[in-house]
Design a protein around this ligand. Structure first.
Ligand code: URA
Length: 229
């Protein structure tokens, strides 16, 4: 856990583990037939920072953990760059089972699986949810804008019943295939510590104009697969 605010009640990691155990037998969609195992997610069940990728690939399907292939190695390097490890965050995917041949997730598979992701977010209660690539970004933002337009632009939203900062990022696999993109991804990653420190308490209603005029002037707070773009 990274700097959780005092007074916030402890969450229920056992709830997450229990839910993971229940999902291990999931047959909500056709992907159950071809998988080796469900890849539920891994990391700190009490994490302030959660990543959501697309779907397990070959290695993830074999090992039962998300982001354990090449893209995962890059994700770990990016985390190291901001002083974090994969154990300090939580990592999950939109789909919990590997699509055959690593093809794109189908709309009905996303629909069948999304309840698992909502429940994970509800149980983990992260402060920042970083979406990796198009599929996670579109699902969690509820908007059609692709990652090229929205990467690096955080937005406060309600997920799993509580306020989070949604932070869209390029998928690490995109940087593997397009090295120039690594700079963008690194620079977007560089803002994560600041986002984790940002207060998510809803702003109080504006004060009456007279009270504002009386107050001292202050500084306003700035406020292809891959299918990845
Ligand atoms: N590995 C994952 O677990 N998810 C992805 O989206 C890509 C690789």
């Amino acid at each position: 856990m990274i700097g959780r605010a005092a007074g916030v009640s402890p969450r229920t990691p056992s709830g997450l583990a229990e839910y993971g155990a229940a999902v291990a037998g999931c047959t909500r969609c056709r992907l159950a037939e071809g998988r080796t195992q469900v890849v539920f997610g891994s990391g700190d069940p009490d994490a302030d920072l959660m990543f959501v990728g697309e779907a397990p690939g070959f290695h993830e399907d074999r090992l039962g953990a998300p982001f354990v292939g090449m893209a995962g190695k890059l994700l770990e390097r990016l985390l190291e760059g901001i002083g974090l490890t994969r154990e300090a965050v939580y990592i999950a995917n939109v789909l919990k089972c590997r699509p055959p041949g690593n093809r794109d997730p189908q709309p009905d598979e996303i629909e069948a699986c999304e309840g698992h992701l909502w429940r994970q977010i509800e149980l983990i209660r992260p402060r920042v949810v970083a979406t990796l690539g198009n599929f996670a970004t579109k699902l969690l933002s509820g908007r059609p804008q692709g990652i090229t337009r929205v990467h690096g632009r955080e937005q406060e939203t309600t997920l799993g019943g509580h306020t989070v900062l949604l932070y869209p990022l390029y998928h690490p696999a995109a940087a593997l295939y397009t090295p120039a993109m690594l700079n963008v991804l690194q620079s977007d990653f560089g803002r994560i510590p600041e986002l984790l420190g940002r207060s998510l308490v809803p702003a109080p209603p504006p004060e009456p104009l007279l009270a504002q005029l009386d107050a001292a002037p202050g500084v306003a707070e700035p406020v292809a697969q891959l299918g990845l773009f």
